[in-house]
Design a protein around this ligand. Sequence first.
Ligand SMILES: Nc1ncnc2c1ncn2[C@@H]1O[C@H](COP(=O)(O)OP(=O)(O)O)[C@@H](O)[C@H]1O
Ligand SMILES: [Mg+2]
Length: 486
Amino acid sequence: MHIELQNIHKSFGTVHANAGISLEIREGTIQGLLGENGAGKTTLAKILSGYQRMDSGNILIDHKPVSFGSPAEAIRAGIGMLHQDALDIPALDVLDNFMLGSDTSLFLSPRQAKLKLLDLCQRFGFALDPNTSVNKLTVGERQQLEIVRLLALGVRVMILDEPTTGISSPQKVLLFRTLHRLASEGISIIFVSHKLDEIEQLCSEVTVLRQGTVAGSVQSPFSTSELVMLMFGQQFSVSPRPGITLGEPLLELDDAAVSSYRLNVAHMNLSVRAGEVIGLAGLEGSGQQMLMRACAGITPLAHGKISIHNHDLTNRPYQEFLQLGVSFVPAARLEEGLLPGMTLKEHFALLNGSEFVINWRQAEEIAQRQISEYNVVGTPDTLVQSLSGGNQQRALLAMLRPELRLLILEHPTRGLDIGSSRWIWEHLLKRREQGTAILFTSTDLDELVEYSDRIVVFSSGIMSAPVDARQVSSESLGYMIGGKST
Ligand SMILES: Nc1ncnc2c1ncn2[C@@H]1O[C@H](COP(=O)(O)OP(=O)(O)O)[C@@H](O)[C@H]1O
Ligand SMILES: [Mg+2]
């Protein structure tokens, strides 16, 4: 199936989300749609899949104009989309869900549907149990179910909007293999992402959107710098990290152990010096979160010792960690770091006011200053939940005290576009130059290798000895995370 989009326009109020987009998708190709957050990718994907109406423009399938009033109409025409956000799925089992949308008598019986489901799963190596409840599936498994469901409905064009968000790395490998396979069977894939490495790995052609327009289309092999240039309209130089002299020992973990109801992590030994950056690698839930919480004074040790700046803090209250200059920035920014329903000004007032007197004028001034220094798109009266992810993250950083000894960050750049991520790291590296030690987790192997001095790898509650980040590649790190030595 050949698809052509001509001059697509869509506005939301004053935002021109799609401002005249034209694009062609050839049969059996994996076409990337790349752009930073807000570029207009999801809007375009929704228009093409019938979830949203365009203001003007044309969609042609095999050179004939079509228009869709609903996703079901788009699917009937052969175009289906997997969503960026996990859909609110009712508590159906896998088989019921698979049969959803087959309003035509596609399946004569549940038995037939089940055979079809199992057959498709087997073809693609998906292990979906037809009788499990859908809300027990992981994000990656829901995605697999969506893929086979759309295939059973006969789609010839599949749109995936940021499909790797929230799935594990083996699931990602399987997803990419599946997409290649679908393309080789003549199905066209539109792969929406803001991640360069994914586009480079997967796509044969990519169209880059910038501020609602097409910045350019290129064929693989891609040049990363060209893609970056198209995405942002500017070049980022890869700044070589200035070598810095590490300071005095700052954090000492001596045979520390932490337990939770699902995991015990024992024998943690680590000595971190002022200005040092330690990357914590591992699959989600392998123990790195527990190390961070122990170092932040949130979770007590079950065994061993922790000291910070030569003070023994073993099982001391959280406030003492704060007083010694420890700060923790959790991944769940809104749930744990910022207070929904409160404005930026109110946050700064809480941070700086005494317990009983709030100086609103001062809070306003500080908020204003920090907003401009940290590039937060908002005003002192903006509610924190209405900020975008990158802006929330910058606002959190703006709220950290200027002098910190130890800064602990959980996934500091997760979900952010390249521009925001770089901004965050420039800021963090400046702090390190002033002697702040940094502990951070990431699932992005390149980020771990690029910014850490040393990396520790967690695997099922076991912490490795630290390795020198200059001596590992992201590939060898991947092996270690998977529990293999290189
Ligand atoms: N339903 C909506 N209402 C108002 N503004 C929207 C809506 N959907 C998208 N936008 C705005 O349109 C622009 C493009 O958004 P989107 O298509 O989601 O971009 P992307 O997927 O590339 O991040 C953004 O400025 C976004 O805030
Ligand atoms: Mg989007």
